[in-house]
Design a protein around this ligand. Structure first.
Ligand SMILES: Cc1cc2nc3c(=O)[nH]c(=O)nc-3n(C[C@H](O)[C@H](O)[C@H](O)COP(=O)(O)OP(=O)(O)OC[C@H]3O[C@@H](n4cnc5c(N)ncnc54)[C@H](O)[C@@H]3O)c2cc1C
Length: 371
C-alpha cells in the first residue's frame, strides 16, 4: 500500500468532490464507503446554484439527467397560509441516487480507488509515524498521512472518537418519499406543520422529492409513519392535498433519525472533517449539499497547498470558519421560526408583505457562488 495515499471516509458529496479534485491533481486517493452505489438517502435533493458554476467548470454537472430548474420559493404556515417569492440564486433538483452515482463514476474514471460496502471502525493518529492508523469492519488495517472524515451527520465512528456532540440527543427524524404529482417544476415548497416541516420539489424524470424533518416523539406516540402523517402533517391542508393527489413511487420511505444540528469542529482528533461531519446546516435552508461540496473543495485545496498536516488543518479551519460558522449559526436561528403555528404564520406574513426582508433572511443562510 502507498503510504502517501490520502484516505477519505464516506462517499457522499463532500467525500466524492474532495476525492475527485485530489485525484485530478495527481494524489493517490482511497475512498471508503459503507454502502455501494447507487443508493437512496434521506435528503430534499434541492441543490443551491451556488455550486452550479463550480460543477460545470469541473465537468461534474449532471446535465444528462436534466435536473429540474428551481427559481421560486413557496412557504405555507401550519394553518395553510401561503406566500411565494422568487429566489435570487435558485437551484436545481436531482436525486442523490443518480447524483452520487454519477460523481462516483467520475471519480473512478480519474483514478480514485474505492473500498465499498466497508465501514471504517477505528481511526487513531500516531504522532511518531506522523500518520493515521485505520481499521475497517472487515479487518483491513490501513495507514494514511491524511484522512478526511466525510461520513456525514452521524456515524458509529463518532463514538470511537468521543465526539462531544453525541452527548445531546436529537429530537428529529427525516423521512423521504419520491412521488409523481401535478406540481410546478420551478417551485421548492416548504410546508410547516406542528412539530416539523415538509419540503417538496421536482427532481429528474418528472418525479418529485417529498422529504420532511419530523419529530421522533410524534412518531413514537403515533406508532407508525402513516398514522403520524395523518395525525400531524395533514393538519396543514397543503400537505393533505399533496398526499391525496400524489402517486407514491416506493413501498416504504427512506427514514433516518438522530439528525443533530449541534456545533461540531472542522478538525477533531487531528482528523479533517468535511460536509456534515464538520457541522450540519438545518435542512430548511436547502444548503447542506452545497456546503458539503464546498467543504470538499476547500479541504482538497488545503491539501494541495501544504505538505504538513498542521498547515493543512490550519488552512482548512480558517476557510471553514470564514465560510460556514455564521451560516450554520443563522440556520439554527431560522429553524426556530418553523414548525410552530404562530411563528410559521409570521414567517409567511414576512414573505408576503416584506419580500425585501425575507430575501435578507434567506441570504443569511445562503452563500454566494463558489469559484
Ligand atoms: C431531512 C433532510 C433534508 C435535507 N434536504 C436538503 C436539501 O434539500 N438540500 C440540501 O442542500 N441539503 C439537504 N439536506 C442536507 C444534505 O443531505 C447533507 O448536508 C449532505 O448530504 C451532506 O453530505 P456529506 O458528504 O457530508 O454526507 P453524506 O451525503 O451523508 O455522506 C456520508 C457518507 O458516509 C458514509 N459513511 C458513514 N459512516 C461511514 C464509515 N464509518 N465508513 C465508511 N463510510 C461511512 C455513508 O454511508 C454516506 O454515504 C437535508 C438533510 C436532511 C436530514
Amino acid at each position: 500500500m502507498n503510504q502517501d495515499q490520502i484516505t477519505i471516509i464516506g462517499g457522499g458529496l463532500s467525500g466524492l468532490i474532495a476525492a475527485y479534485l485530489l485525484a485530478k491533481n495527481g494524489k493517490e486517493v482511497l475512498l471508503i464507503e459503507k454502502k455501494s452505489y447507487p443508493f437512496h438517502r434521506v435528503c430534499g435533493e434541492y441543490i443551491s446554484n451556488e455550486v452550479r458554476g463550480f460543477l460545470i467548470k469541473e465537468n461534474l454537472f449532471p446535465s444528462s439527467f436534466e435536473p429540474a430548474e428551481i427559481n421560486t420559493f413557496r412557504l405555507t404556515a401550519v394553518n395553510g397560509a401561503l406566500a411565494e417569492i422568487p429566489l435570487d440564486l435558485g437551484g436545481f433538483g436531482i436525486s442523490r441516487y443518480n447524483l452520487d452515482h454519477y460523481l462516483y463514476q467520475k471519480c473512478e474514471k480519474i483514478g480514485v480507488k474505492f473500498l465499498l460496502k466497508t465501514q471504517v471502525a477505528t481511526i487513531d493518529y500516531n504522532p511518531k509515524k506522523k500518520a493515521f492508523d485505520l481499521s475497517t469492519n472487515h479487518g483491513e488495517k490501513l495507514v494514511s498521512p491524511i484522512v478526511l472524515a466525510a461520513y456525514g451527520k452521524r456515524s458509529k465512528i463518532d463514538k470511537y472518537l468521543h465526539r462531544p456532540y453525541l452527548k445531546q440527543r436529537s429530537p428529529y427524524i427525516g423521512i423521504k418519499h419520491h412521488i409523481k404529482i401535478a406540481e410546478s417544476e420551478n417551485i421548492v415548497a416548504l410546508h410547516n406543520y406542528e412539530g416539523g416541516y415538509l419540503g417538496i420539489n421536482q427532481v429528474e424524470h418528472g418525479h418529485f422529492n417529498l422529504c420532511y424533518l419530523g419529530s421522533r416523539a410524534q412518531l413514537k406516540a403515533a406508532g407508525n409513519i402513516p398514522a403520524m402523517e395523518e395525525q400531524h402533517l395533514f393538519k396543514n391542508p397543503h400537505i393533505k392535498a399533496i398526499y391525496e393527489s400524489a402517486e407514491f413511487l416506493w413501498d416504504k420511505p427512506e427514514v433516518i433519525n438522530e439528525i443533530s444540528f449541534a456545533t461540531k469542529s472542522p478538525v477533531e482528533n487531528q482528523v479533517i472533517m468535511i460536509g456534515d461531519a464538520a457541522g450540519m446546516i438545518t435542512p430548511l435552508c436547502g444548503n447542506g449539499m452545497a456546503i458539503a461540496i464546498h467543504t470538499g473543495k476547500l479541504a482538497a485545496e488545503a491539501i494541495l497547498r501544504h505538505k504538513k498536516l498542521k498547515a493543512i488543518q490550519e488552512d482548512y479551519t480558517k476557510a471553514w470558519n470564514y465560510y460556514f460558522s455564521r451560516r450554520l449559526r443563522n440556520g439554527r436561528a431560522v429553524q426556530r421560526l418553523f414548525g410552530a403555528p404562530f411563528v410559521s404564520k409570521l414567517a409567511v406574513n414576512v414573505l408576503k408583505n416584506s419580500p425585501f426582508l425575507a430575501k435578507k433572511l434567506i441570504l443569511q443562510t445562503h452563500g454566494t457562488p463558489i469559484k
